[in-house]
Write a protein that binds this ligand. Structure first.
Ligand code: GUN
Ligand code: FE
Length: 439
Protein backbone atom coordinates (compact mmCIF):
# COMPACT_ATOMS: atom_id res chain seq x y z
CA UNK A 1 0.00 0.00 0.00
CA UNK A 2 1.26 3.44 -0.93
CA UNK A 3 -0.33 6.33 0.99
CA UNK A 4 0.13 9.58 -0.91
CA UNK A 5 -0.35 13.06 0.54
CA UNK A 6 1.43 15.91 2.25
CA UNK A 7 3.53 13.92 4.69
CA UNK A 8 4.58 15.36 8.07
CA UNK A 9 6.56 13.55 10.77
CA UNK A 10 8.73 14.75 13.65
CA UNK A 11 12.28 13.73 14.54
CA UNK A 12 12.71 15.94 17.61
CA UNK A 13 10.93 18.33 19.93
CA UNK A 14 10.55 21.68 18.11
CA UNK A 15 12.13 24.60 19.95
CA UNK A 16 9.82 27.14 18.26
CA UNK A 17 7.96 28.02 15.06
CA UNK A 18 11.23 28.29 13.09
CA UNK A 19 12.69 24.92 14.05
CA UNK A 20 12.57 23.29 10.61
CA UNK A 21 15.14 20.69 11.72
CA UNK A 22 12.63 19.14 14.16
CA UNK A 23 10.40 17.68 11.44
CA UNK A 24 10.36 16.26 7.92
CA UNK A 25 7.72 17.60 5.53
CA UNK A 26 7.10 16.38 1.97
CA UNK A 27 4.63 18.47 -0.03
CA UNK A 28 4.23 15.58 -2.49
CA UNK A 29 5.01 12.76 -0.13
CA UNK A 30 4.17 9.12 0.43
CA UNK A 31 4.35 6.36 2.99
CA UNK A 32 4.98 2.83 1.75
CA UNK A 33 3.33 0.18 3.91
CA UNK A 34 3.92 -3.56 3.76
CA UNK A 35 1.70 -5.64 6.04
CA UNK A 36 1.48 -3.82 9.36
CA UNK A 37 4.71 -1.83 9.03
CA UNK A 38 6.09 1.23 7.32
CA UNK A 39 8.79 0.39 4.76
CA UNK A 40 9.68 3.93 3.71
CA UNK A 41 8.40 7.49 3.79
CA UNK A 42 9.48 10.66 2.02
CA UNK A 43 9.17 12.22 -1.42
CA UNK A 44 6.54 10.50 -3.55
CA UNK A 45 8.85 9.82 -6.50
CA UNK A 46 11.53 8.22 -4.35
CA UNK A 47 9.13 6.15 -2.25
CA UNK A 48 7.14 5.07 -5.34
CA UNK A 49 10.34 3.75 -6.91
CA UNK A 50 10.69 1.36 -3.95
CA UNK A 51 7.19 -0.07 -4.45
CA UNK A 52 6.00 -2.87 -6.72
CA UNK A 53 4.72 -1.66 -10.10
CA UNK A 54 1.15 -2.72 -9.24
CA UNK A 55 1.13 -1.23 -5.73
CA UNK A 56 -2.25 0.04 -4.49
CA UNK A 57 -2.19 3.82 -4.08
CA UNK A 58 -4.44 5.68 -1.62
CA UNK A 59 -4.16 9.24 -2.91
CA UNK A 60 -5.02 11.70 -0.14
CA UNK A 61 -3.66 14.89 -1.73
CA UNK A 62 -3.98 17.69 -0.61
CA UNK A 63 -4.60 16.27 2.87
CA UNK A 64 -1.88 15.91 5.48
CA UNK A 65 -0.53 12.45 6.34
CA UNK A 66 0.79 12.10 9.90
CA UNK A 67 1.52 9.37 12.44
CA UNK A 68 -1.63 8.29 14.32
CA UNK A 69 -2.40 10.45 17.34
CA UNK A 70 -1.72 9.22 20.88
CA UNK A 71 -3.79 9.86 24.02
CA UNK A 72 -1.93 9.16 27.28
CA UNK A 73 -4.81 9.26 29.80
CA UNK A 74 -8.53 8.63 29.65
CA UNK A 75 -11.25 6.47 31.22
CA UNK A 76 -13.00 3.90 29.05
CA UNK A 77 -15.95 3.43 31.50
CA UNK A 78 -16.65 7.17 31.41
CA UNK A 79 -17.56 7.20 27.72
CA UNK A 80 -21.20 7.82 28.67
CA UNK A 81 -20.36 10.21 31.53
CA UNK A 82 -18.94 13.04 29.43
CA UNK A 83 -20.72 16.34 30.06
CA UNK A 84 -21.98 15.58 33.57
CA UNK A 85 -23.02 18.93 34.95
CA UNK A 86 -22.04 21.21 37.72
CA UNK A 87 -19.49 19.62 40.03
CA UNK A 88 -15.79 19.68 40.82
CA UNK A 89 -13.67 16.55 41.13
CA UNK A 90 -14.77 14.73 44.31
CA UNK A 91 -18.47 15.55 43.98
CA UNK A 92 -18.33 14.72 40.26
CA UNK A 93 -16.79 11.31 41.00
CA UNK A 94 -19.40 10.47 43.63
CA UNK A 95 -22.41 11.86 41.80
CA UNK A 96 -21.76 10.64 38.29
CA UNK A 97 -18.65 8.52 37.75
CA UNK A 98 -19.03 6.04 40.60
CA UNK A 99 -22.60 5.45 39.43
CA UNK A 100 -21.72 4.92 35.76
CA UNK A 101 -18.71 2.68 36.45
CA UNK A 102 -20.91 0.17 38.34
CA UNK A 103 -22.54 -0.80 35.04
CA UNK A 104 -19.24 -2.38 33.91
CA UNK A 105 -19.80 -5.40 36.12
CA UNK A 106 -21.93 -6.56 33.16
CA UNK A 107 -19.65 -8.03 30.47
CA UNK A 108 -22.19 -7.32 27.70
CA UNK A 109 -22.47 -3.69 28.64
CA UNK A 110 -18.67 -3.42 28.94
CA UNK A 111 -18.22 -5.00 25.50
CA UNK A 112 -20.73 -2.69 23.90
CA UNK A 113 -19.11 0.46 25.32
CA UNK A 114 -15.60 -0.84 24.55
CA UNK A 115 -16.56 -1.16 20.91
CA UNK A 116 -17.98 2.35 20.75
CA UNK A 117 -14.96 3.69 22.67
CA UNK A 118 -12.42 2.27 20.20
CA UNK A 119 -14.43 3.51 17.21
CA UNK A 120 -14.65 6.98 18.76
CA UNK A 121 -10.87 7.08 19.25
CA UNK A 122 -10.36 6.05 15.64
CA UNK A 123 -12.80 8.57 14.22
CA UNK A 124 -10.79 11.23 16.02
CA UNK A 125 -7.51 9.95 14.58
CA UNK A 126 -6.24 8.41 17.83
CA UNK A 127 -4.60 5.05 17.19
CA UNK A 128 -3.04 4.43 20.64
CA UNK A 129 -4.41 5.37 24.05
CA UNK A 130 -3.78 4.65 27.71
CA UNK A 131 -7.04 4.06 29.55
CA UNK A 132 -8.32 3.18 32.98
CA UNK A 133 -10.90 0.40 32.95
CA UNK A 134 -13.31 -0.08 35.87
CA UNK A 135 -12.59 -2.17 38.97
CA UNK A 136 -14.20 -5.18 37.23
CA UNK A 137 -11.85 -7.56 35.39
CA UNK A 138 -14.67 -7.98 32.83
CA UNK A 139 -14.13 -4.37 31.76
CA UNK A 140 -10.45 -5.07 31.04
CA UNK A 141 -11.37 -8.13 28.98
CA UNK A 142 -13.85 -6.05 26.97
CA UNK A 143 -11.30 -3.27 26.48
CA UNK A 144 -8.45 -5.43 25.20
CA UNK A 145 -10.79 -7.59 23.08
CA UNK A 146 -12.17 -4.51 21.31
CA UNK A 147 -8.62 -3.22 20.73
CA UNK A 148 -7.45 -6.59 19.43
CA UNK A 149 -10.38 -6.84 17.01
CA UNK A 150 -9.22 -3.57 15.47
CA UNK A 151 -5.50 -4.32 15.67
CA UNK A 152 -4.85 -1.27 17.86
CA UNK A 153 -1.85 -0.77 20.15
CA UNK A 154 -3.64 0.01 23.43
CA UNK A 155 -2.55 0.29 27.05
CA UNK A 156 -4.91 -0.17 29.98
CA UNK A 157 -5.71 -1.86 33.25
CA UNK A 158 -8.22 -2.49 36.00
CA UNK A 159 -8.46 0.29 38.60
CA UNK A 160 -7.56 -0.70 42.12
CA UNK A 161 -9.88 0.91 44.70
CA UNK A 162 -10.79 -0.40 48.14
CA UNK A 163 -12.15 2.61 50.04
CA UNK A 164 -14.02 5.90 49.64
CA UNK A 165 -16.18 4.47 46.87
CA UNK A 166 -19.49 2.57 46.77
CA UNK A 167 -19.35 -1.05 47.93
CA UNK A 168 -19.99 -2.29 44.39
CA UNK A 169 -16.82 -0.57 43.14
CA UNK A 170 -14.50 -1.71 45.91
CA UNK A 171 -12.14 -4.64 45.64
CA UNK A 172 -9.73 -5.54 48.44
CA UNK A 173 -5.94 -5.87 48.56
CA UNK A 174 -5.88 -9.62 47.90
CA UNK A 175 -8.44 -9.48 45.10
CA UNK A 176 -6.75 -6.52 43.43
CA UNK A 177 -3.45 -8.44 43.50
CA UNK A 178 -4.94 -11.67 42.16
CA UNK A 179 -7.06 -10.04 39.44
CA UNK A 180 -4.30 -7.71 38.25
CA UNK A 181 -1.76 -10.53 38.14
CA UNK A 182 -4.13 -12.71 36.13
CA UNK A 183 -4.91 -9.88 33.69
CA UNK A 184 -1.20 -9.08 33.21
CA UNK A 185 -0.47 -12.74 32.50
CA UNK A 186 -3.24 -12.85 29.94
CA UNK A 187 -2.92 -9.48 28.23
CA UNK A 188 0.46 -7.81 28.72
CA UNK A 189 2.34 -7.86 25.39
CA UNK A 190 -0.33 -10.09 23.81
CA UNK A 191 -0.31 -8.75 20.25
CA UNK A 192 -0.26 -4.98 20.63
CA UNK A 193 -1.69 -4.85 24.16
CA UNK A 194 0.24 -3.46 27.13
CA UNK A 195 -0.88 -3.49 30.75
CA UNK A 196 -1.00 -0.52 33.11
CA UNK A 197 -1.13 -1.20 36.86
CA UNK A 198 -3.78 1.34 37.90
CA UNK A 199 -4.29 2.33 41.54
CA UNK A 200 -6.94 5.01 40.92
CA UNK A 201 -5.48 7.57 43.36
CA UNK A 202 -4.38 7.75 46.98
CA UNK A 203 -7.91 8.55 48.22
CA UNK A 204 -9.43 5.29 46.97
CA UNK A 205 -6.68 2.92 48.13
CA UNK A 206 -5.88 1.81 51.70
CA UNK A 207 -2.21 1.61 52.70
CA UNK A 208 -2.58 -2.17 52.35
CA UNK A 209 -3.67 -1.79 48.74
CA UNK A 210 -0.82 0.64 48.09
CA UNK A 211 1.52 -2.11 49.37
CA UNK A 212 -0.10 -4.46 46.85
CA UNK A 213 0.55 -1.87 44.14
CA UNK A 214 4.20 -1.76 45.18
CA UNK A 215 4.42 -5.55 44.88
CA UNK A 216 2.68 -5.57 41.49
CA UNK A 217 5.05 -2.92 40.13
CA UNK A 218 8.10 -4.74 41.52
CA UNK A 219 6.94 -8.06 40.08
CA UNK A 220 6.03 -6.56 36.67
CA UNK A 221 8.69 -3.91 35.95
CA UNK A 222 7.79 -3.98 32.27
CA UNK A 223 4.18 -2.81 32.85
CA UNK A 224 3.01 0.79 32.92
CA UNK A 225 1.75 2.40 36.11
CA UNK A 226 -0.96 5.05 36.09
CA UNK A 227 -2.62 7.11 38.79
CA UNK A 228 -3.89 10.63 39.50
CA UNK A 229 -1.86 13.30 41.32
CA UNK A 230 -2.59 16.82 42.56
CA UNK A 231 -5.63 17.69 40.45
CA UNK A 232 -7.86 19.58 42.89
CA UNK A 233 -7.29 21.36 46.22
CA UNK A 234 -9.89 19.36 48.19
CA UNK A 235 -8.45 16.15 46.74
CA UNK A 236 -4.93 17.13 47.85
CA UNK A 237 -6.11 17.92 51.39
CA UNK A 238 -8.01 14.62 51.65
CA UNK A 239 -5.20 12.51 50.17
CA UNK A 240 -2.47 13.97 52.37
CA UNK A 241 -4.71 13.60 55.47
CA UNK A 242 -5.01 9.87 54.71
CA UNK A 243 -1.21 9.48 54.53
CA UNK A 244 0.08 11.74 57.35
CA UNK A 245 3.63 10.35 57.15
CA UNK A 246 4.13 11.50 53.54
CA UNK A 247 5.73 14.94 53.16
CA UNK A 248 3.40 15.82 50.27
CA UNK A 249 1.04 14.16 47.76
CA UNK A 250 3.85 13.04 45.44
CA UNK A 251 5.64 11.44 48.38
CA UNK A 252 2.67 9.10 48.95
CA UNK A 253 3.36 7.44 45.60
CA UNK A 254 7.16 7.67 46.01
CA UNK A 255 6.95 5.84 49.35
CA UNK A 256 5.15 2.94 47.72
CA UNK A 257 7.68 2.64 44.91
CA UNK A 258 5.23 3.70 42.23
CA UNK A 259 7.35 6.35 40.47
CA UNK A 260 9.52 5.32 37.52
CA UNK A 261 9.91 6.01 33.83
CA UNK A 262 6.81 3.93 32.98
CA UNK A 263 4.62 5.89 35.40
CA UNK A 264 1.94 8.28 34.11
CA UNK A 265 0.57 10.79 36.64
CA UNK A 266 -2.67 12.47 35.62
CA UNK A 267 -2.95 16.26 36.11
CA UNK A 268 -0.03 17.38 38.39
CA UNK A 269 -1.48 20.88 38.69
CA UNK A 270 -0.50 21.97 42.20
CA UNK A 271 2.93 20.35 42.55
CA UNK A 272 5.69 22.39 44.17
CA UNK A 273 9.29 22.41 42.91
CA UNK A 274 10.29 19.57 45.24
CA UNK A 275 7.57 17.35 43.85
CA UNK A 276 8.35 18.14 40.21
CA UNK A 277 12.02 17.41 40.97
CA UNK A 278 10.99 13.98 42.23
CA UNK A 279 9.23 13.37 38.91
CA UNK A 280 12.37 14.53 37.08
CA UNK A 281 14.60 12.21 39.13
CA UNK A 282 12.36 9.17 38.75
CA UNK A 283 11.44 9.76 35.11
CA UNK A 284 7.71 9.77 35.91
CA UNK A 285 5.52 11.66 33.42
CA UNK A 286 3.08 14.43 34.36
CA UNK A 287 -0.01 14.22 32.13
CA UNK A 288 -1.54 17.53 31.02
CA UNK A 289 -5.33 17.16 30.54
CA UNK A 290 -6.52 20.63 29.50
CA UNK A 291 -10.20 20.03 28.67
CA UNK A 292 -10.66 18.12 31.92
CA UNK A 293 -8.86 20.71 34.03
CA UNK A 294 -11.11 23.44 32.61
CA UNK A 295 -14.31 21.40 32.76
CA UNK A 296 -13.90 20.43 36.44
CA UNK A 297 -12.48 23.84 37.30
CA UNK A 298 -9.38 22.07 38.60
CA UNK A 299 -6.65 24.53 37.63
CA UNK A 300 -3.92 25.31 35.12
CA UNK A 301 -1.01 22.95 34.31
CA UNK A 302 2.29 24.85 34.60
CA UNK A 303 4.17 23.51 31.59
CA UNK A 304 7.07 25.96 31.91
CA UNK A 305 7.84 24.73 35.41
CA UNK A 306 8.02 21.14 34.17
CA UNK A 307 10.40 22.21 31.40
CA UNK A 308 12.54 24.35 33.71
CA UNK A 309 12.96 21.54 36.26
CA UNK A 310 13.41 19.00 33.49
CA UNK A 311 10.44 16.74 34.24
CA UNK A 312 8.67 14.80 31.48
CA UNK A 313 5.09 15.65 30.49
CA UNK A 314 2.55 14.39 27.98
CA UNK A 315 -0.93 15.41 26.83
CA UNK A 316 -4.25 13.63 27.12
CA UNK A 317 -8.02 13.97 26.87
CA UNK A 318 -9.02 12.47 30.27
CA UNK A 319 -12.48 11.58 28.95
CA UNK A 320 -15.02 11.68 30.73
CA UNK A 321 -13.86 14.70 32.77
CA UNK A 322 -12.25 15.66 29.49
CA UNK A 323 -14.94 16.87 27.12
CA UNK A 324 -13.66 15.53 23.79
CA UNK A 325 -12.03 12.42 22.35
CA UNK A 326 -10.20 14.66 19.88
CA UNK A 327 -6.50 15.28 20.51
CA UNK A 328 -6.77 18.26 18.14
CA UNK A 329 -9.47 19.86 20.30
CA UNK A 330 -7.37 18.97 23.33
CA UNK A 331 -4.37 20.88 21.97
CA UNK A 332 -6.64 23.84 21.23
CA UNK A 333 -7.52 23.95 24.94
CA UNK A 334 -3.89 23.31 25.94
CA UNK A 335 -2.92 26.41 24.00
CA UNK A 336 -5.53 28.46 25.89
CA UNK A 337 -4.58 27.07 29.32
CA UNK A 338 -0.98 28.10 28.62
CA UNK A 339 -2.10 31.49 27.28
CA UNK A 340 -3.80 32.18 30.61
CA UNK A 341 -0.37 31.80 32.23
CA UNK A 342 1.58 33.79 29.67
CA UNK A 343 3.07 30.60 28.20
CA UNK A 344 3.28 29.75 24.53
CA UNK A 345 2.59 26.48 22.73
CA UNK A 346 3.74 26.55 19.11
CA UNK A 347 1.70 24.64 16.53
CA UNK A 348 4.78 22.54 15.76
CA UNK A 349 5.06 21.63 19.43
CA UNK A 350 1.36 20.71 19.55
CA UNK A 351 1.68 18.29 16.66
CA UNK A 352 4.93 16.93 18.07
CA UNK A 353 3.19 16.34 21.42
CA UNK A 354 0.22 14.45 19.91
CA UNK A 355 2.58 12.14 18.03
CA UNK A 356 6.29 11.61 18.78
CA UNK A 357 6.17 13.46 22.12
CA UNK A 358 3.47 11.20 23.55
CA UNK A 359 5.16 8.14 22.02
CA UNK A 360 8.36 9.08 23.87
CA UNK A 361 6.41 9.57 27.09
CA UNK A 362 5.32 5.94 26.69
CA UNK A 363 8.77 4.72 25.64
CA UNK A 364 7.17 3.48 22.40
CA UNK A 365 8.82 5.84 19.92
CA UNK A 366 10.53 2.94 18.13
CA UNK A 367 7.05 1.66 17.17
CA UNK A 368 4.59 4.61 17.03
CA UNK A 369 4.46 8.41 16.85
CA UNK A 370 6.55 8.81 13.68
CA UNK A 371 6.74 7.50 10.12
CA UNK A 372 10.26 6.05 10.14
CA UNK A 373 11.01 2.82 8.27
CA UNK A 374 10.14 -0.11 10.52
CA UNK A 375 7.51 1.74 12.54
CA UNK A 376 3.98 0.40 12.90
CA UNK A 377 1.72 1.67 10.10
CA UNK A 378 -0.60 3.69 12.37
CA UNK A 379 -1.37 6.76 10.29
CA UNK A 380 -3.89 9.60 10.27
CA UNK A 381 -4.98 11.72 7.30
CA UNK A 382 -6.13 15.25 8.17
CA UNK A 383 -8.23 17.57 6.02
CA UNK A 384 -7.60 21.24 6.92
CA UNK A 385 -10.64 22.35 4.91
CA UNK A 386 -13.23 19.91 6.26
CA UNK A 387 -15.49 22.61 7.72
CA UNK A 388 -16.72 25.59 5.69
CA UNK A 389 -15.18 28.08 8.13
CA UNK A 390 -11.86 26.25 7.87
CA UNK A 391 -11.95 26.22 4.09
CA UNK A 392 -12.52 29.95 4.13
CA UNK A 393 -9.71 30.57 6.60
CA UNK A 394 -7.36 28.24 4.67
CA UNK A 395 -7.61 30.46 1.56
CA UNK A 396 -5.38 32.99 3.33
CA UNK A 397 -2.81 30.48 4.59
CA UNK A 398 0.85 31.12 3.82
CA UNK A 399 2.73 28.41 5.66
CA UNK A 400 2.58 24.88 7.04
CA UNK A 401 2.86 26.18 10.59
CA UNK A 402 -0.13 28.44 10.05
CA UNK A 403 -2.13 25.54 8.61
CA UNK A 404 -1.29 23.38 11.64
CA UNK A 405 -2.48 26.13 13.96
CA UNK A 406 -5.78 26.42 12.10
CA UNK A 407 -6.22 22.66 12.32
CA UNK A 408 -5.51 22.66 16.04
CA UNK A 409 -7.82 25.59 16.70
CA UNK A 410 -10.75 24.76 14.43
CA UNK A 411 -10.66 21.01 13.85
CA UNK A 412 -12.91 18.24 15.09
CA UNK A 413 -13.49 14.67 13.92
CA UNK A 414 -14.76 15.92 10.54
CA UNK A 415 -11.11 16.71 9.74
CA UNK A 416 -10.04 13.08 10.09
CA UNK A 417 -10.31 11.91 6.49
CA UNK A 418 -8.84 8.47 7.12
CA UNK A 419 -7.06 6.51 9.80
CA UNK A 420 -4.89 3.42 9.31
CA UNK A 421 -4.23 0.89 12.05
CA UNK A 422 -1.38 -1.53 11.38
CA UNK A 423 -1.77 -0.75 7.68
CA UNK A 424 -5.56 -1.19 7.53
CA UNK A 425 -7.85 1.70 6.60
CA UNK A 426 -10.41 1.89 9.43
CA UNK A 427 -12.71 4.73 8.49
CA UNK A 428 -15.10 2.57 6.50
CA UNK A 429 -14.84 -0.25 9.00
CA UNK A 430 -16.32 1.44 12.03
CA UNK A 431 -19.50 -0.44 12.86
CA UNK A 432 -21.28 1.28 15.70
CA UNK A 433 -23.78 -0.93 17.48
CA UNK A 434 -26.94 0.37 19.04
CA UNK A 435 -25.82 2.21 22.16
CA UNK A 436 -27.29 1.00 25.43
CA UNK A 437 -29.38 3.79 26.87
CA UNK A 438 -28.38 2.99 30.47
CA UNK A 439 -31.80 4.22 31.55
N1 GUN B 1 -9.14 11.19 40.15
C1 GUN B 1 -9.48 9.94 40.53
N2 GUN B 1 -10.30 9.37 39.63
C2 GUN B 1 -10.48 10.27 38.67
C3 GUN B 1 -11.24 10.28 37.45
O1 GUN B 1 -11.91 9.32 37.09
N3 GUN B 1 -11.18 11.42 36.70
C4 GUN B 1 -10.44 12.49 37.07
N4 GUN B 1 -10.42 13.57 36.29
N5 GUN B 1 -9.73 12.52 38.20
C5 GUN B 1 -9.76 11.43 38.98
FE1 FE C 1 -8.36 10.78 34.80
Amino acid sequence: LLIRGRVLTFVNEPSGVDDTASYRFFEDGAVLVRGAAIVASGDYDRVKSLAAADVTIDDHRPNLVLPGLIDTHLHFPQTQAIASYGAQLLEWLNTYVFVEEQKFADPLYAASIASRFMDELLSNGTTTAVAYCSVHPESVEAYFMAAEERGMRMIGGKVLMDRNAPEALRDNPQRSYDETTRLITKWHNRGRAHYAISPRFAITSTPEQMEVSRTLVAENPDCYVQTHLSENKDEIAFATSLYPDAVDYTDIYARYGLLGDKTLLGHCIYLDDREISVLAETGAVGVFCPTSNLFLGSGLFDRDRFDRIGARWSVATDVGAGTSFSMLETMDEAYKVLQLQGQRLSPLNSFYRMTLGNARALGLDDRIGSLHAGADADIVVLDSCAKPAMELRMRTVKSLVEELFILQTMADDRCVAEVYVAGNAMKGKARPEAAPTGR
